[in-house]
Every structure is written in C-alpha cells, then in structure tokens.
Design a protein around this ligand. Structure first.
Ligand SMILES: [Zn+2]
Length: 451
C-alpha cells in the first residue's frame, strides 16, 4: 500500500516539528511544534492542510518545538485525538501555559492576533490521552501505533506507525545517552522508514565522560573569581539534569557551598511533574525517587517565584549560581540576569544546549562582544563557556550508530530537525557508511512510501 509523507515543519530547520502521514484512508499528524529563533513569525502562517481532516496527532515529547502550535491547531478546527506518553501529557500543560505567555507577548509586539488563548489549551488537553511505552493502539485505516523510549527528556517517545508488517518510525529528538536521570534510547524494531533528527548531525561531542568534572571545574573557577555563574537552561530535562548534578557535587562537597537559584516558575512546575512520574526515570533513579529520596532538593537551592524575588537575586553579593530560562536566551528571566552579569568580567555565562540561529545565545557562543537586549547595547565582558556534555541530543556519531542499529530493513532515511548543513552531513554519512538511501527534506517536501 502507498502512503504520502509530508514534511511541513522541522525540515531544513531544527524547530517547528510537523509531519503528516496520509495513508489514503486517514491522516495522521506527528508533532505540531513552535518555530523558534529567526523562523518565529512563521508560526502565524496558516497550516498547509485542513486541521479538521486530521484523525490523530501523535506527540513525540513535550518540548515546545514539538508541541507549541497544538492549541493553534485546535483553534483552527482540529477535533481528532492527541496521543503521547503520560509524562509528556503531564509536562505539556505547564509548557503550553508558558508558551501562551511568550506567544501572546510576541503577538502584541508585532500587532498580530494571539496565536491561541487559554481556552484553546484547555480544549487541546481535553482531546489528549497518555499511554505507556509499548502499549499498542489501533488507529484508523489499519495502522497500529507503538511508542519507544527516545531517552531525550522525561516521557520522550519515538512514534512507530505500522501497517501490514511494515513500519515508519519518527524519532522526535534522540537522547544523548548521557542524562543522569533517564534510561538510554531504546532500540526500535526494524522499520522500513526512519524520520530521524539531525540537530547535531555534523558535530562531535568529545567531553561526555568528563562532563561532571568539567561542570565541577566551571563552578570552582566561577566561585574563585567571586562572580556569578549564569546558566540559561531549558526548563525541561536540562534544568533537572543540572539541578541533580549540582546537588550531587554539593552533597559530596566537591564544590563550595554557594547559593543556587532556580529562577523559573516553569522549571519548578516541570520538576514537580518529574517527581510525580517516577516510572519514566532510569531504573536506578526510579528506585531512589520511589524510596523517598528528594533528588532535586539541597539546602543551597532556592526556587524563585515572583519577578520581584528574581530581581532581588542581584542583591545577593558573592559567588552564586543562577539557572534561568530560556535556554537560548530568546526571552524569559535569563535576560534580566544577562543584562547585569554579561558586563561583569568576574561572571561566567555557561551555555549547555543547542542555540538556534538568530538567538542571543547563538551570538554569545559565536563570540559577540556586544549584545542588543531590549534595544539596549550590552557589552559582553563575562567569560562565555560551553558544556555540551549535557546536551539532550546525540552527536553525529551517535546518530549514525542509532541508524545503523535500526537499519536491517531500512529502505530510506529522512534527516529532519537539523539546519541544512547538519542534516546534509548526516545524510552523506548515512549513504557512505550504511549504504542506505537518505535525504534531507525541506519544508513543503513530500515523499511517497510503501506503507
Ligand atoms: Zn526536544
């Protein structure tokens, strides 16, 4: 049988994940994410399909570049069912509420209508159900759904759709196998088609093994210089991984005891959702959490709720650590801290994740000496350090290894969620090393597949 696969978003770009599989008798959507960075205004463009025609929306994980336009989809007529893991559903509510604030603010700034409203989020959550990994769900037109653990963030899944013994797997984002909290990425069966991420397709991450030592060194150096260690962190997974690691370093007295501020009400809610879903942790971590260990609590940690309390952090003299969103410095409370600490030569800004083109974070890692923050020019005198060992993504080698493992029956691989250079590099290596047909589709492309 033949199906058509449409690449509407997250193709030729990292963000805005959105794929449609038309099996002839039914239409399935995989992810409906927000476009971030330079692509932001495209969120307001109409969907290139009729949302009312979609039978099911299958969600890989709760990052906004995979779920952030779901309420928009509902607002524009989607009435089908939404399925993800239970943890993804638990994380989606606070994530979407946060996205509402960000997108509404950006709509006001540019004089556009809001992307969606609170009622659209409630309506989306009303259509949403959570399932477990490996629970098989019968979908229309003879299609069967199964979710595999992607090991990327809590509850992240690879979506497998099968029909008559053939299958396609959408990987969503694939974990780096380095989270202190999560199990490693599961092996998928033997799909005929793989739609796989390629965010770091052209990069190697050599520092994995020593990442905790590197974090220890960065904290020690920052404390010695008496400055502030500012970490722009994604609220989901990266923040919890870092909180757990900093807690371990402080409990084991490997770094000096200094105040740690988690300045993100969203991250606090997400952390609560993590603790409420222990079955999604790695087995060892699950045992500790279920045994009552508070893996994110330590005396130095302060959760910062109000904006006023956030501003008061600046009055805390002496060395300290601040974790604040957003992870790419594209908004959120981290900006107010950057304004204060980037001009300070004793402070350190630590970048721990992917920085999309056009974001402040990208400018910082590219060595910008001046930044424009809310139309104000800010000199960058702080040390800018990077630590990709906590990246929730695989590097190029890891992606190739994943494709190789999944590859016994693979007929074609589509590299997505990467900038063109990264996706193109991965495609070339897949062709060269695995001898498998591979391409890097662009937004708007389609492919006919035998499924
Ligand atoms: Zn992700």
């Amino acid at each position: 049988m033949q199906s058509t696969l449409y690449f509407y978003g997250g193709a030729g770009a990292v963000t805005g994940s959105n794929f449609l599989l038309d099996t002839g008798g039914a239409k399935f959507l995989i992810d409906c994410g927000l476009r971030q960075g330079m692509e932001e205004e495209k969120n307001w463009e109409p969907f290139q399909y009729n949302p009312a025609d979609i039978s099911h929306l299958l969600v890989t994980h709760a990052h906004l570049d995979h779920i952030g336009r779901i309420p928009r989809l509902v607002r524009q007529g989607f009435r089908g069912k939404i399925i993800s893991t239970k943890a993804t559903l638990a994380l989606a509510a606070p994530m979407l509420a946060d996205a509402l604030a960000i997108t509404t603010h950006s709509a006001e700034r540019s004089g556009r209508e809001p992307l969606y409203e609170d009622a659209d989020i409630s309506a989306a959550l009303g259509l949403w159900s959570g399932i477990s990994y490996h629970e098989k769900v019968a979908l229309p037109d003879g299609v069967e759904l199964e979710l595999f653990d992607a090991g990327h963030i809590l509850g992240s899944a690879m979506v497998q759709l099968s029909r008559e013994g053939r299958s396609i797997v959408f990987t969503g984002d694939i974990g780096g196998g380095n989270s202190p909290l999560l199990p490693p990425t599961e092996a998928v069966g033997a799909p005929a088609y793989l739609v796989m991420e390629s965010t770091y397709g052209d990069r190697a991450r050599p520092e994995d093994a020593e990442r905790r030592e590197r974090l220890e060194d960065i904290i020690e150096d920052s404390v010695r210089r008496g400055g502030t260690l500012l970490i722009p962190a994604f609220s989901t997974e990266r923040t919890q991984d870092l909180m757990y690691e900093i807690r371990t370093l402080m409990v084991e007295k490997r770094v000096p005891s200094v105040p740690v501020f988690l300045d993100s009400p969203l991250a606090e809610k997400i952390t609560a959702a993590f603790v409420a879903n222990p079955e999604y942790f790695s087995p060892a971590m699950r045992t500790r959490v279920e045994g009552g260990e508070k893996i994110f609590d330590f005396p130095e940690l302060h959760f910062v709720a109000s904006t006023e309390a956030s501003q008061n952090i600046h009055k805390t003299t002496g060395p300290k650590i601040i974790l604040a969103g957003s992870g790419m410095s594209s908004g959120g409370r981290v900006l107010a801290h950057e304004r204060v600490y980037l001009p300070d030569p004793d402070s350190t800004l630590l970048v721990v994740g992917y920085q999309a083109a056009g974001t402040l974070g990208r400018q910082l890692i590219e060595g910008a000496k001046n930044l424009k923050l809310h139309k104000e020019s800010i000199p960058v005198r702080a040390k800018v350090a990077t630590l990709y060992g906590y990246s929730a993504h695989r590097d190029g080698e890891g992606l190739l290894e994943f494709a190789n493992k999944a590859g016994q029956k693979i007929e074609e691989i589509f590299a997505v969620h990467g900038e063109p250079a990264a996706a193109g590099f991965l495609v070339q290596r897949i062709r060269d090393y695995l001898g498998v047909k591979a391409s890097a589709p662009e937004a708007g492309d389609r492919a006919t597949i035998n499924l």
